[in-house]
Design a protein around this ligand. Sequence first.
Ligand code: SAM
Length: 219
Amino acid sequence: MKIDILTLFPEMFSPLNSSILKRAVDAGILEFNLINIRDFSKDKHKKCDDYPFGGGAGMLMSVQPIYDAIKSVKKENSKIIFPSPKGVKFDHKKAKELSRFEHLIFVCGHYEGVDERIFELFDIEEISLGDYVLTGGELPSMVMIDSLSRFVDGVISKESLENESFSNGLLEYPQYTRPAVFEGIKVPEVLLSGNHQEVERWRKEESFKCTKKSRKDLL
Ligand SMILES: C[S@@+](CC[C@H](N)C(=O)[O-])C[C@H]1O[C@@H](n2cnc3c(N)ncnc32)[C@H](O)[C@@H]1O
């Protein structure tokens, strides 16, 4: 999968170059391409923002540099995403859906947002991380990219995906690793029993309890 990221702040994206995502890039499964929107500005000072018509606080990203930046990477099968508090809420299902595209383009807004005409010029899906406002689309893009990448074949094991929170509609059960006792706290006996059926039964029960405690809305 190829992901083009259009931003005024490419230096913010170093987290994509570590850990699991870096391994996926090195293996040729994922390809990230950072594009500086400023490089497309036709303004002599490379300006990419301006005052909003009608007045109001802050600056808006101008339509021309974003338009040309999108045109430089867009293909017929590209899916364009604009992270925005006004968009549909991002969740497990949306991450899975986005992971099926061969080519994604993330357009990162900043300041007060972008000139609305960009949404008339391209078919763009606005997606929100939640009901709060961030300073820019860079962090939400990274969150979405991280989450959807896990569903791309070969990035992590199929087994890891199957037992994850939300994969079966519930939150994940508690997990433990060595040592079996730490500061007097013991790992639940059943997990040391070697009885796989009992472990499975315990995990299902715990998963249900966890969900009931923190996310009743999922039940
Ligand atoms: C300060 S925000 C602009 C908020 C906008 N004026 C509004 O009231 O809806 C700047 C940029 O951050 C990104 N952003 C902010 N909050 C977000 C959220 N909850 N989810 C996704 N992107 C967000 C968007 O790209 C947005 O254009």
